[in-house]
Ligand binder design. Structure first.
Ligand code: IPE
Ligand code: IPE
Ligand code: MG
Length: 250
């Protein structure tokens, strides 16, 4: 189990150990080019490939990507089914490559709403890459931060029959991403500055980075810019700046 940012002070990091990204702006990228929105999603998959590679190059240990939110079902049926098909082809094409590169794949969210064949593909990919250690890529699909907190609460209550008072430490192991430390750096592309029901619990002390760049244009250099911004931040975790400076000189 990783220590929580509210119950212990995490160590200072040069390179974020965990980066979480809301990959937004695919539709607008396409519309700007007079292309159908799906063209933006297709191009967005290419951007994922570059960012995964670069996380390996930079020594990031966990990369978490918001691919489909619990609210994205509200989109036109045609776009939803296209996104599902893209997800399937991306899995088919990328899993072998990820495995060869020692990358572990996790798919996080309420998967019960997906086609059973897709669910089977997901668990096969997870099983195949389960022991890989270089980078853990988590794809959040039909994920919502509130869903996560609620499902974890249900499991916590079931695991502690009769109890009426709970601590953070009792909830944390039931969260969907209990296998990862909390994100150090949160990135949202596409210009919006909101969380859109992404990792609500886990972002408690993450550094937030927003860029107007649409996701399909997000390059390795863009990721370097985000990491450089992270490196300028002073993470205080509730302490004073003096306390933080003392520790880094110690
Ligand atoms: C993000 O891009 C991808 C998904 C939500 C699946 P969008 O499709 O939200 O692109 P914009 O925000 O409409 O430009
Ligand atoms: C957030 O983007 C979800 C993903 C990137 C998967 P949205 O485009 O759905 O967010 P809103 O609707 O603009 O808040
Ligand atoms: Mg969007």
């Amino acid at each position: 189990m990783f220590k929580s940012s509210t119950t212990a002070i995490p160590e200072a990091l040069k390179v974020p150990r965990h980066i979480a990204i809301i990959m937004d702006g695919n539709g607008r990228w396409a519309t700007k080019r007079l292309l159908p929105r799906v063209a933006g999603h297709v191009k967005g998959v290419e951007a994922v490939r570059g960012v995964v590679e670069h996380c390996v190059e930079r020594g990031v240990e966990y990369l978490t990507l918001f691919a489909f939110s619990s609210e994205n079902w509200r989109r036109p049926a045609e776009e939803v089914s296209l996104l599902m098909r893209l997800f399937v082809t991306a899995l088919e094409r990328e899993v072998a490559k990820m495995h060869a590169n020692n990358i572990r794949l996790k798919v996080v969210g309420d998967l019960s709403r997906f086609d059973p064949k897709l669910q089977e593909m997901i668990s096969a990919a997870e099983r195949r890459t389960a022991n890989n250690t270089r980078l853990t890529v988590s794809v959040c699909a039909n994920y919502g931060g509130r869903w996560d907190i609620m499902q974890a609460t249900g499991k916590m209550v079931a695991a502690n029959p009769g109890m009426t008072e709970f601590t953070e430490e009792m909830l944390a192991p039931h969260l969907a991403m209990a296998y990862a430390p909390e994100p150090d750096l949160f990135i949202r592309t596409g210009g919006e500055e909101r969380i859109s029901n992404f990792l609500l619990w886990q972002l408690a002390y993450s550094e937030l980075y927003f860029t107007k760049t649409f996701w399909p244009d997000f390059s390795k250099a863009s990721l370097d810019e985000a990491i450089a911004s992270f490196q300028q931040r002073e993470r205080r975790f509730g302490q004073t700046g003096d306390q933080v400076a003392q520790k880094s000189n110690a």
